[in-house]
Design a protein around this ligand. Structure first.
Ligand code: EPS
Length: 370
């Protein structure tokens, strides 16, 4: 139902996005979209690039007077670093940085300068995903479905997941420089990032996205590509530097016996309900009505101040990877990007279930909780 594409290079003039399939008549809160862009730019451990960029959306199509028209929504986000890039001398990059797309990308496209690879593989592109995801979030919110995120680990420092359906917990997350509700854990995470900077190294971590208010029955068990857990995993795994995805506490569940894992079902005034949510809101690839919980593991940033061992592909000789300006840790930013990707998949599944070309048509069918 919903499709999107992005284009643009990290150090090019701008990022472009097209979102297709959004129903007509959704009132967009543009300030909230730009807020999401600011949330992505924040987080402790980011590089100097974020002091240059001030991401903001410009709508080029599909929106009239801050309302969707049903036509493809075209968006532009400017790269303010572009004029600086034009002035900069850029030597050809022939020593691939381990962990980056440099080597695999240059081999695949037969490129002599690996800079061409990094331009598009860069996580700068996630600014556009967040802009597009912010629209999906507004559609979901219109029908009472909230999508929120938090950080659960940075390096070895962990934090207990907070219940993000509680607005107070969300306020703590938004105020934290590392997007955790537990202030003490947040301080330890900040210290760990400082320590990584001193050690000329980088840190990864774990993020969690929670969806509350999703109806029962989104997704389907009848075909592999309709399973919502699979669709969520693909979307979140596609984020730069994400190397693992779990639904609920899947990896911990794998180590425990079944009777301690599965969510028991009991009768209630509203019909059968589950007593816990270790399945992360999905059974058989279908939403259960519980919170949908998606967690993702981000590897440490690949550009390290301590250069790693590599090879100069021009000479075939051993060489040290060169350092380019980079983040020490981008886990808080990744949580905002994951929120956007989860929102896009959930909005797609929601539209599949309720259909409708306009918000008013959907409201007639679904009811409008807000
Ligand atoms: C990135 C490298 C850095 C990050 C960039 C992602 O870019 P630069 O080399 O220009 O400093 O700052 O992230 C962003 C620009 C952004 O907006 O998130 C990479 O290699 O992925």
């Amino acid at each position: 139902m919903l499709r999107f594409l992005t284009a643009g290079e990290s150090h090019g003039p701008e990022l472009l996005g097209i979102l297709e399939g959004m129903p007509a008549g959704l009132e967009l809160d543009v300030e909230r979209i730009n807020d999401d862009l600011r949330r992505r730019q924040g987080g402790y451990g980011r590089s100097g690039r974020q002091r240059i960029e001030h991401d903001e959306v410009v709508f080029l199509g599909g929106v009239e007077r801050e309302r969707t028209t049903g036509a493809p929504i075209a968006i532009r986000v400017e790269n303010r670093d572009y004029p600086n890039q034009l002035k900069r001398e850029k030597p050809v990059l022939t020593v691939p940085r381990p962990g980056h797309a440099d080597l695999a990308g240059a081999q695949k496209y037969r490129l002599d300068d690996m800079r061409t690879v990094l331009e598009r593989a860069s996580a700068r592109e996630t600014a556009m995903r967040v802009a597009i995801g912010a629209i999906a979030k507004q559609l979901l919110w219109r029908f009472g479905i909230g999508v929120w995120s938090q950080v659960l680990a940075i390096g070895e420092v962990t934090a207990e997941p907070a219940d993000l359906s509680d607005p107070e917990a969300r306020r703590h997350v938004e105020e934290s420089p590392v997007r955790v509700a537990d202030a003490a854990a947040g301080e330890r995470m900040v210290a760990a990032i400082d320590e990584a900077r001193r050690a000329r190294d980088t840190l990864g971590g774990i993020v969690e996205v929670t969806v509350a208010g999703a109806p029962v029955g989104l997704g389907s068990y009848v075909q592999w590509d309709r399973k919502l857990d699979g669709r969520l995993a693909q979307a979140v795994m596609s984020i730069q530097a994400i190397k693992g995805v779990e639904i609920g506490s899947a990896f911990a569940n794998a180590l425990a016996p079944g009777t301690r894992v599965h969510d028991a079902i009991v009768p209630s005034d509203f019909g059968p309900v589950r007593t816990s949510n270790r399945a992360g809101g999905l059974e058989g690839g279908v939403t259960t009505g519980g919170q949908v919980v998606v967690r993702a593991a981000m590897k440490p940033i690949s550009t390290t101040l301590t250069p790693m061992q590599s090879v100069d592909v021009r000479t075939g000789n051993p060489a040290r990877a060169t350092y380019q300006r980079s983040d020490i840790c981008a886990v808080p930013a990744a949580s905002v990007v994951a929120e956007a990707m989860v929102a896009l998949v959930m909005a797609d599944a929601f539209l599949e279930k309720v259909g409708g070309d306009s918000i008013s048509e959907i409201a007639e069918r679904y009811g409008a909780p807000r």
